[in-house]
Design a protein around this ligand. Structure first.
Ligand SMILES: [Zn+2]
Length: 65
């Protein structure tokens, strides 16, 4: 499975999260940080062939507001 490195908004550690299928992008998913286990959301999007992942806290405004 394809994974993308994301930075946790709570502990700022970097971890790899499984990326949704390319056809499903852009996608906004719930996830728990693998380092501090705090809940966060990850917004996946792609440009050309690269997938980008942006992690943000539940209380923060993400790309979807
Ligand atoms: Zn964390």
């Amino acid at each position: 499975m394809h994974t993308v490195d994301v930075t946790c908004p709570s502990c700022y550690e970097v971890f790899s999260a499984p990326c949704p299928h390319f056809d499903e992008l852009p996608s906004d998913v719930d996830y728990d940080c693998e380092i501090c286990c705090r809940p966060l959301r990850i917004y996946f999007d792609h440009s050309d062939v690269d997938v980008q992942a942006t992690a943000y806290g539940l209380g923060d405004s993400g790309p979807y507001g």
